[in-house]
Design a protein around this ligand. Structure first.
Ligand code: SAH
Ligand code: SF4
Length: 399
């Protein structure tokens, strides 16, 4: 597949230049109102400026034509609208787009946009967003986990990923004709979103806000490996769809694949999921999807499927089977298509709606769960792990 070559972003901003200015990107409506109040302005300036930033992709205060000349000038002096720096971008012919961002401190994070099959101009476009640099949870099949944890992303670094993705469709479009193109967001990039709770919730609020990106609550999905106490908090704080990375139907196997299960075992996780669906207000019934990565001969047998049916029997949910994305030194293989379909049939026959995730974006190393492919791998844990795997491989080869 032909690829558009990697492009260095021409608009790279030197973070040193911004130290004195307030970044308005990622500020909540309340924070922005306060910011304008401090400037002696009316609070409604907040929503005016939010519309410019999030709906028209404007960063230049002098282009915000409903602000007075004086306010434009003041904002230019004291504020900025600065998304994280785009280090590389790659757009592939099937419509998949990938960005590598350099965030403050020099770390890299990745964002991937995957269009629906038809890749129509205004068709469904799902953006997979990162919430942390690396991840502390060390799931055994996840390349992000192998990097270890570096740091949390700030709201501007999280919402900035969506802002840049939308902006990529606005080049050379007059301001008044600009429209956001990303239709769906999944917090399924690098990191565990519920371990960076406040910035993630603040960013999702901007995604839903009518003056922000105005996405519908069904089209914003937070994916978690199961941080149980935070799932209860989330249900109270914001109405978004929840995906739970289950990956195993019993505690013994889940302890191995998703080690956080030792802290929050399946019984507690399923109870939290049920409580998320059945909010105290029945009109607020929320959506839960169970994510299940298909690892050859590890969690993909008929018996595992039957255990899964039993585990989920009282939880209204959809199940999404994810073919495993191999990465260098990964100790697993991807289940065959036949196996995945047989597994899915057992779930269907038990009455579950079960989908199989298409692995798109493979051509640019951009499938979710593989977001560290080109990201520098600095941590000791990753090194130790790679040494361990290569020793095992060597000893296997010598037998
Ligand atoms: N930390 C969160 C969100 C990021 S991971 C979570 O675990 O849910 C996003 C999804 O990608 C999760 O369902 C995760 O289990 C899955 N994933 C991770 N590595 C993968 C791989 N190598 N192949 C397929 N899916 C993977
Ligand atoms: Fe972290 Fe999610 Fe990867 Fe597990 S699957 S290591 S929680 S990013």
């Amino acid at each position: 597949m032909t690829q558009i070559p990697v492009i260095q972003n021409p608009e790279m901003v030197n973070p040193q230049d911004l130290t004195a200015k307030t970044n308005l990107l990622g500020m909540s409506k309340a924070e922005l109102s306060q910011f304008f109040a401090d400037l002696g302005e009316k609070p409604f300036r907040a929503t005016q400026v939010m519309k410019w930033i999030y709906q028209f992709g404007v960063t230049d205060f002098y282009q915000m034509t409903n602000l007075s000349k004086k306010l434009q000038q003041t904002l230019d002096e004291v504020a900025t609208v600065s998304p994280p720096t785009v280090k590389f971008k790659q757009f592939s012919e099937d419509g998949t787009r990938k960005w590598v961002f350099e965030v403050a401190g020099g770390s890299l994070v990745e964002t991937v946009l995957i269009p629906a099959d038809d890749n129509k101009q205004f068709g469904r476009k799902t953006l997979c967003i990162s919430s942390q640099v690396g991840c502390a949870l060390d799931c055994s099949f996840c390349s992000t986990g192998k990097q270890g944890f570096e740091r949390d992303l700030s709201p501007s670094e999280i919402i900035g990923q969506l802002w840049v993705a939308n902006q990529s469709y606005m080049e050379n479009v007059p301001v008044t004709e600009r429209e956001n193109r990303v239709t769906n967001v999944v917090m399924m990039g690098m990191g565990e979103p519920l371990l960076n709770y406040e910035p993630v919730v603040a960013s999702m609020s901007l995604m839903l806000d009518d003056f922000g990106f105005g996405l519908s609550k069904r089209r914003v999905t937070l994916s978690t490996s199961g941080i149980v106490p935070k799932m209860y908090e989330l249900a109270k704080d914001i109405d978004v769809a929840l995906a739970i990375s289950l990956h195993a139907p019993n505690d013994e196997l889940r302890n191995e694949l998703v080690p956080i299960n030792k802290k929050y075992p399946l019984k507690e996780l399923i109870a939290a999921a049920k409580s998320y669906v059945y909010d105290e207000n029945p009109r607020h019934k929320k959506h839960v999807t169970i994510e299940y990565v298909m690892l050859k001969d590890v969690n993909d047998t008929d018996e595992h499927a039957r255990q899964l049916v039993n585990l989920l029997k009282d939880l209204p949910c959809k199940i999404n089977l994810i073919p495993f994305n191999p990465f260098p030194h990964a100790p697993y293989g991807r289940s065959s298509n036949n196996r995945i379909h047989a597994f899915s049939n057992i779930l269907n026959q038990a009455g579950f709606v079960c989908t199989i995730r298409q692995t798109r974006g493979d051509d640019i190393d951009a499938a979710c769960g593989q977001l560290v492919g080109q990201v520098t791998d600095k941590t000791r844990r990753a090194k130790q792990w790679q040494e361990k795997v290569s020793k095992t491989l060597q000893s296997k080869a010598s037998h």
